[in-house]
Design a protein. Structure first.
Length: 748
């Protein structure tokens, strides 16, 4: 079959060969492999052998003579997964497989599109633009429209357009209401012009590779029929992570033979922020009537206690198809839940635990610390450096190597040392100040010729007319800012000074107005940086510490503790997993709750499930009574997920003096978030030692009355609107109406 579009009824019948490759499968895995007729959904729980099922199923189809290689469409999410699939199937067959369609959604979409590019107005040799090219093109379109780039950054608008493409929406399908929310109501027009320019350039972006395929199938049904007929078997990995466009593309192609097998886990759908729709897997049986569902529930990774804890937690989600993981491994250790006074103690405790494990022979590359937000890694990085334990940050740079942290430190360096040219060059035009390359070139040439630092050269050039008036004004204002900040260093605490520098320089506003997915995380990292400053006597000591940390070069050894976010840990496994920061507002994250409501909460719970199931032998969860946020100590309550863990499989412990007062705070989940101002942990420890910090006594039923004026430590003064048992609805004078527990309310 040289023509991939030749219509055939199937390969010639072959005599069924012995199938020893099936012997290593358990019963449900074998069912998933052998169920080749009609639609099949394989619900593959964590550690249940998903990849083995996929590759064996492919080999089974080929060895059984059910299809030619080019009649199989196998879709993955990463090139690495596609390469692994090719390799493992080749090992099962004893030879490489040629001519089959295996790859990522984008790669396969591009392959179809190049063969039919003319239908959507492109040539077969069209260019696929990268992120930089896309952004440059979009800026060209936006510039004549006089849209404020600070309020509507081009990268943010590009993200909006890509989200529309992920949902399968061409410009004519975006509603007026949705389009009016962005770029002063011009977003849809910009999207349409962007698409037109791409066509003129004979180019496509990554979102187009599937979007154009959908358009192709609609415009030319005969092309769709040819592919529907060609692909006798469709296999899809990680189906729970598909977006709308991918879902529509698969559904259209599967309408031919209907032999589609989707493998995924609804309990591990954690990527809605990049377009994934958990509803795709939840409604599989509706989309494909008569579909068979095979549940892979036997776990080969984790101990029974770990699996039971994770399963008990995830059952609190309503949006799931349901399965229960089990294993025949020894019971092992219970999941430990540890309450500590503050984030610093949490880092010390985890560092000590890792040292103890290493002393027992546990390899460091089998230990991971999984955090909800990237900023959390700083305290662990610094603790591991102090202990001399090598580590790696997976999925991103180390804390002090992050772009926003380097920028902020550059501002500090120039404030402390005005002749630091490298730091000044980094931030002279960050945020954008309208300084062009010609202006900066004049400064550089003069500085080199006179043997001066850049700031000194600028100060002298301001007295001449070598620079344009606008550039002189901008650079003069910047030098004046640095001089003022330098003077303030003598009177302001250094954390407050750095906060003022980042605010007045416009750097914080640059990220506040950035609409990209990464922007909130960058702001969190900057808050963590400000918190870190409090540990040092002055800015000089802080900069020296940063230099020493940056000099801590990674060794060539693989023996390193892994630090990463929970999102980055999906698909990985470790002998021991530490899960810090399980507090309301941090995990589940307040932003997910505010933006996603119930669906956001359920995705956060799935993320917790993913975290626990990364562990093979040990899972240690921790939560702190206090976090330093934006330089201020603030109290926190344990995550609701902590209470949802089944007691039979969990051991709970808390720092001395903490358990009574801290555990009682879990009643306050509904009263509005994570943090309330509090004393420093040191002061609270002293209070606990003197038995002066205790849980407020619960008022007797009927002690409060509607209309009564009360005081709440977090929300201030208010009046009771409604009483429901031990819950009070109160109209607070400054915080608005809240529902709180009566044990946290006092009479003024």
């Amino acid at each position: 079959m040289n023509d991939p579009f030749e219509l055939v009824d199937g390969p010639p019948a072959e005599t069924a060969a012995p199938s020893p490759y099936l012997d290593s499968l358990n019963d449900t895995q074998r069912q998933a492999v052998e169920a080749v007729d009609g639609p099949v959904l394989v619900l593959a729980g964590a550690g249940t052998g998903k990849t083995r099922v996929l590759t064996t199923r492919l080999a089974h189809i080929l060895l059984g003579g059910l299809a030619y290689p080019n009649e199989i469409l196998a879709v993955t999410f990463t090139n690495k997964a596609a390469a692994e699939m090719r390799e493992r199937v080749g090992m099962l067959l004893g030879r490489p497989v040629e001519g089959w369609w295996v790859g990522t959604f984008h790669a396969l979409g591009a392959r179809i599109l190049r063969a039919n590019a003319d239908v959507v107005g492109l040539k077969s040799n069209f260019t696929i633009l990268d992120d930089d090219d896309q952004l440059r093109l979009l800026k060209q379109i936006i510039e004549p429209r006089h849209i404020d780039p600070k309020r509507w950054p081009p990268r943010g608008l590009l993200n909006v357009i890509q989200r529309w493409k992920d949902r399968g929406l061409t410009p004519d399908k975006v509603t007026d209401a949705e389009g009016s929310e962005y770029a002063e109501g011009q977003a849809v027009e910009i999207y349409a012009e962007y698409q037109a320019r791409l066509t003129t350039l004979n180019a496509a972006d990554f979102g187009d590779l599937l979007l154009h395929c959908l358009t192709l199938f609609q415009r030319d049904p005969l092309v769709l029929q040819r592919y529907q007929h060609q692909f006798r078997y469709i296999l899809v990995d990680e189906y729970q992570d598909t977006n709308v466009a991918q879902y529509l593309w698969l559904r259209l192609l599967a309408q031919g033979h209907r032999n589609i097998c989707c493998v995924g886990d609804d309990d591990q759908s954690i990527y809605s922020w990049r377009g994934a729709e958990v509803g795709n897997i939840l409604r599989f049986e509706q989309d494909f009537p008569g579909a068979r569902v095979v549940r892979l529930e036997r776990n080969y990774r984790s101990t029974p206690h770990i699996l039971a804890a994770a399963s008990g937690l995830i059952t609190h989600n309503e949006g799931r198809l349901g399965k229960t993981l089990w294993t025949d491994l020894d019971a092992g250790e219970k999941v430990r839940v540890i309450g500590v006074w503050d984030g610093e103690e949490e880092a010390r405790r985890i560092g000590d635990e890792i040292e103890a494990l290493q002393a027992k022979g546990v390899r460091l590359n089998q230990v991971a610390v999984l955090v909800r937000a990237g900023f959390q890694t700083r305290e662990f990085e610094e603790r591991l450096i102090t202990l001399g334990l090598p580590y790696r940050v997976i999925g991103g740079p180390r804390f002090y190597e992050r772009r926003e942290i380097r920028d902020a430190i550059a501002y500090v360096r120039v404030t402390v040392q005005p002749d630091d040219d490298l730091a000044f060059e980094r931030i002279v035009n960050v945020p954008k100040r309208g300084l062009g390359q010609a202006t900066l070139q004049v400064v550089h040439v003069y500085a080199r010729a006179q043997g001066l630092s850049l700031t000194t050269a600028i100060a002298q050039l301001l007295e001449t007319e070598e620079l344009r008036p606008q550039a002189r004004g901008t650079l003069g204002a910047l030098l004046a800012d640095f001089a003022r900040w330098r003077d303030l260093a003598a009177v302001l605490p250094h954390p407050d000074l750095v906060a003022q520098i980042l605010e007045e320089s416009g750097y914080l506003d640059m990220w506040r107005t950035d609409k990209s997915i990464e922007a909130p995380g960058r702001l969190d990292n900057l808050k963590e940086l400000l918190a870190a400053l409090d540990d040092f006597d002055d800015l000089g000591a802080f900069l020296e510490h940063v230099s020493l940390v940056m000099e801590n070069e990674e060794s060539a050894s693989d023996e390193k503790v892994s630090l990463m976010t929970l999102h980055g840990a999906k698909g990985l496994e470790f002998e021991t997993v530490f899960l810090p920061g399980w507090e309301e507002g941090l995990f589940p994250h307040q932003r997910a709750l505010d933006e996603g409501g119930t669906s956001g909460l359920e995705e956060e719970r799935r993320l917790a499930y993913v975290g626990i199931t990364r562990a093979r032998r040990r899972a240690i969860i921790s939560h702190a009574a206090n976090r330093r946020v934006y330089g201020n100590w603030q109290s926190a309550i344990p995550s609701r997920f902590v209470a949802e863990l089944p007691d039979d499989h969990v051991e709970r412990e808390s720092a001395r003096g903490l358990s009574a007062g801290y555990s009682g705070l879990s009643d306050a989940w509904g009263d509005g978030g994570l943090f309330a101002q509090s004393a420093s942990p040191r002061r609270m420890r002293r209070m606990a030692a003197g038995a002066s910090w205790q849980t407020p006594e619960r008022k007797a039923a009927g002690a409060f009355q509607v209309g009564q004026r009360v005081f709440h430590q977090k929300f201030g003064y208010g009046s009771i609107l409604e009483i429901d048992g031990n819950k009070l609805e109160i109209a607070f004078e400054k915080a608005g109406t809240k529902k709180v527990m009566d044990s946290f309310v006092e009479l003024p």
